[in-house]
Every structure is written in structure tokens, then in C-alpha cells.
Design a protein around this ligand. Structure first.
Ligand SMILES: Nc1ncnc2c1ncn2[C@@H]1O[C@H](COP(=O)(O)OP(=O)(O)OP(=O)(O)O)[C@@H](O)[C@H]1O
Length: 219
């Protein structure tokens, strides 16, 4: 579904921070992306959701060569990729419901078509009681789940999550992991970037390990 072939990345005139990355995120697969701080996880995630172009090599997403995509092709491909950012990026003046519904509203969908789906998804992530709360009153874990719901509302083919358990305690981290596994069972490919060894030990999943700019894969 997403393929990297000999991909390299450098920022400006700096050294290559990622080198010779060749791997595939397959449909309905589940994997962790890990490696020491500064190894390039966030840079790799940004390439996966087409926010950053490689300086070398080939990336294909859903069969399309990223280098040949025009600006107008991007939204329809990005829509297939849900992203949960490390800092959540919820809009402060919008409620949980409005934040989660935003991707659909931006696409011009009518509220009556999606209202129930948004409410159901918010309940699924355990935020039913927080439907009308603004981000400022949500705890870190609640914001995390609101961000996950927003990434999922448009039923992406792949979910990318950057340190999704970075701000939560161990029981909530386990709940979030169960949520990701359930999502994966229902057909979504999942990539979780994390430092959290305890989290990775809970599932026998593929690991993509970045070190010194290169990727080692443990299937
Ligand atoms: N916009 C940028 N301009 C220049 N260098 C950058 C930029 N973003 C990242 N880098 C460099 O690229 C390397 C990889 O950074 P990246 O943020 O991808 O690592 P990471 O593995 O996600 O780190 P962490 O786990 O600490 O978030 C680092 O050496 C970093 O300094």
C-alpha cells in the first residue's frame, strides 16, 4: 500500500538523516516504528503521510509515485492516511465532537449524514461523556483519544500514530493499544512510532527499527 525503495532524506545541505530505506506498509498490517531519539521516526512518518518528499529514492502510495503527484492529487490520497500527531493538534475553540467531525466538514459533507458516526466513534474511544468539552478541559489521555478519533473518522486505509502513548499512564496505554489492535482487525493498517518498550512487548508485531539513519526490519 505504501512502498519505499532506496529512500534517502536530508534537510537542506545537512547530512542524510535517513538512508536506503526499502520497505512496505502492507494492507491491514500492524507494525511498530522505533529507534533512539533523533533517529528519524518523525521524519519517516512525515514522508509516509506525504508532508515531506524524499531527497532520493522512490515512494509509492496506493500505487502512485509520490514524485509525480500534483498539488491537487494530494488531498484525495492524504484522506486515505489518518495521522495522530505527538502534540494532538486539536483546535482549541472546538469541542471534541467538532474536532472529530472537522475532516468531514472540510470535505463538504452534511452534518446530518455524519453526526451519528462521529458520536459513535467518540463513544468507541471512550469519550462519550466529553462530547461537548473543549480541549482545554480534557486530560492528556482524553486529548490523545480525541486526536485518534479525528484520524479515524474518514475511515483511512492506514493509521500513523506518533508516540500515541507518550502522554498517558500504563493502563490507558494498554487501552489505546487494544483500540489500535481492534482497528487493525477491522482492516486498517497501523504504524505506531514509539520509544515505549513496554508497549511493544505486549504484542508480537513487526518492528521497523531506525538506527544511524538506516532501517532494520524484524518480521
Ligand atoms: N526541519 C528540520 N531541519 C533540519 N533538521 C531536521 C529537521 N527535522 C529533523 N531534523 C533532524 O533530523 C534528524 C531526525 O529527526 P526526527 O525528528 O525525525 O527524529 P525522531 O526519531 O522522531 O526523534 P524523537 O524520537 O526525539 O522525536 C535529527 O538529527 C534532527 O535534528
Amino acid at each position: 500500500m505504501i512502498r519505499f525503495e532506496n529512500v534517502g532524506l536530508r534537510y537542506d545541505m545537512g547530512p542524510e538523516v535517513l538512508r536506503d530505506l526499502t520497505f512496505e506498509i502492507r494492507r491491514q498490517s500492524f507494525q511498530f516504528l522505533t529507534g533512539p531519539s533523533g533517529a528519524g521516526k518523525t521524519s519517516l512518518l512525515r514522508m509516509l503521510f506525504l508532508a515531506l518528499r524524499p531527497t532520493r529514492g522512490l515512494i509509492t502510495v496506493l500505487g502512485r509515485d509520490v514524485a509525480t503527484l500534483s498539488r491537487k492529487d494530494l488531498p484525495s490520497i492524504r484522506r486515505r492516511i489518518g495521522v495522530v500527531f505527538q502534540d494532538f493538534r486539536l483546535l482549541d475553540h472546538m469541542t471534541t465532537y467538532e474536532n472529530v467531525a472537522l475532516p468531514l466538514r472540510v470535505r463538504g459533507k452534511e452534518e446530518r449524514e455524519y453526526r451519528q458516526d462521529v458520536v459513535d466513534l467518540i463513544k468507541w474511544v471512550g469519550l462519550g461523556e466529553r462530547l461537548n468539552a473543549l480541549p482545554i478541559v480534557l486530560s492528556g489521555g482524553e486529548k490523545q483519544r480525541a486526536a485518534i478519533a479525528r484520524a479515524l473518522i474518514d475511515q483511512p486505509d492506514v493509521l500513523l500514530a506518533d508516540e500515541p502513548t507518550g502522554n498517558v499512564d500504563a493502563p490507558l496505554a494498554r487501552r489505546l493499544l487494544r483500540l489500535f489492535l481492534e482497528l487493525n482487525r477491522s482492516g486498517t493498517a497501523v504504524v505506531i512510532a514509539t520509544h515505549d518498550l513496554g508497549l511493544m512487548e505486549q504484542v508480537d508485531a513487526r518492528r521497523l527499527v531506525l538506527a544511524d539513519g538506516r532501517l532494520e526490519i524484524y518480521d
